[in-house]
Ligand binder design. Structure first.
Ligand code: PLP
Length: 405
């Protein structure tokens, strides 16, 4: 693996100072920083070949279309999807889930049906299903979690009834860090004839995601969570589903023939890419995936697990600090509270020390409710973070405690 100082120099923002102190960026669950190769790839589009894709007959439009389709191929390879037709570019995880909720709901969900999600979900994997259930007269059912923040598999199996039309579950919890045994859950759902959508927003940058091996029906993620640009995301769907589902948006590029009487739709994947897509973002995402592969996904996973272990030990040694979420398998996220100190106060004081952490519900309010709290402080690390930064966090937390005591 590349040396850590070499890795950090790939990410210009990591040299930033805030309040005169070196930035300690521990908010990677919210968004990740971008390596120069991604910044350069987007810059190159905008300065060298910015032209609308799939439409022009001129040279720079051809080049943009070609690079966009190359990026699709990179996304396909990265998750081991069978075909490029199964890879749709969207605006992000939220965009992808809303697309499936709308299209799948229109075609397959009826009054009295159920959609099954877990208590761990981000609002993005709750609200679109709720909206769809309301439209269709269906019900949302919730798989409970235990005190460690793990999905209770026995309860899940009990909920897999004939009424369930789809299971939508996260690969990893953004709020607690729990890695969810999605492969096992998909196997059980499939044996009951139920398709599964996996929210990969947090899972995509954790180890190797292989949709063929996982056998999920849909897999969604955001570019910005894996060192790529914002405003670009991925919807992977098995071809058989994407063929059957109606488009969720109409417009340019997604059509084959348009008359006022009738419109016929384009082939996959374009049927689901109405209008001008974020092609600079898609090309930037391709560059991000190249970067991740150049560092090595197993290397990244190993390093992040080391950081998780170190941070868990360091923070657990602080009296009055309680960690939420101690699943046996976690991504490198530590969610915690300090006794008698509000999470916002902790976050604001850490900020003044140059430490960026997340505070609040992390868009996962039901998880907070499950633990009877209003929110946590979350430190989410990734492979460009260091043990020294975790030490700075530890010392910062001790300072917060001493200020309040
Ligand atoms: N799902 C999970 C598990 C997340 O962590 C997030 C973002 O934090 C989302 C969905 C939503 O992602 P986006 O805002 O990029 O659409």
């Amino acid at each position: 693996m590349k040396d850590i100082s070499e890795i950090r120099s790939d990410f210009p923002i990591l040299a930033t100072k805030v309040y005169g102190k070196p930035l300690v960026y521990l908010d990677n669950g919210a968004t990740t920083q971008k390596p120069l190769s991604v910044i350069n790839a987007v810059n190159e589009v905008l300065t060298g070949y910015n032209a609308n894709i799939h439409r022009g007959v001129h040279a720079i439009s051809d080049r943009a279309s070609e690079e966009y389709e190359k990026a699709r191929e990179k996304v396909r390879g990265f998750i081991n999807a069978g075909k490029r037709e199964e890879v749709i570019f969207t605006s992000g995880t939220t965009g992808s889930i809303n697309a499936v909720a709308f299209s799948f709901g229109e075609r397959f969900v009826h009054r009295g049906d159920e959609i099954l999600i877990s208590c761990l979900e981000h609002h993005s994997n709750i609200v679109p299903w709720q909206m769809m259930c309301e439209r269709k007269g269906a019900r949302l059912k919730i798989i409970p979690i235990n005190d460690k923040g793990e999905v209770i598999i026995e309860e899940y199996l009990k909920l897999l009834s004939r009424q369930v039309k789809l299971v939508a579950v996260t690969q990893a919890s953004n709020a607690l860090g729990t890695v969810v045994p999605v492969k096992k859950m998909i196997e059980s759902a499939h044996s009951a004839g139920i398709p599964v959508l996996v929210d990969g927003a947090q899972g995509i940058k954790h180890g190797v995601t292989n949709v063929a091996d996982m056998d999920c029906d849909f897999y969604v993620y955001s570019g910005h969570k894996i060192y790529g640009p914002t405003g670009i995301g991925v919807l992977y769907g098995k071809e058989k589903w994407l063929t059957e589902l109606p488009p969720y948006q109409g417009g340019g590029d997604m059509v084959e023939n348009v008359t006022f009487e009738k419109t016929t739709f384009n082939v996959l994947p374009f049927k689901f890419e109405a209008g001008t897509t974020n092609f600079p973002g898609a090309i930037g995402l391709g560059a991000a995936l190249d970067y991740v592969l150049s560092v090595g996904r197993e290397n990244i996973r190993y390093r992040e697990q080391e950081l998780l272990e170190y941070a868990t030990q360091r923070l657990s040694s602080i009296p009055g600090l309680r960690i939420y979420g101690d699943s046996a398998s976690k991504i490198s996220t530590v969610s915690f509270l300090l006794e008698g100190i509000h999470q916002y106060d902790t976050g604001m004081i850490l900020d003044k020390l140059g430490i960026a952490v997340r505070t609040g519900t992390h868009c996962a309010q039901p998880v907070m409710e499950r633990f009877g709290i209003s929110g946590t402080v979350r430190a989410s690390m990734c492979f460009y973070n260091t043990r020294e930064e975790i030490d700075i966090l530890g010392t910062g937390i001790e300072k917060v405690i001493s200020m309040f005591s």
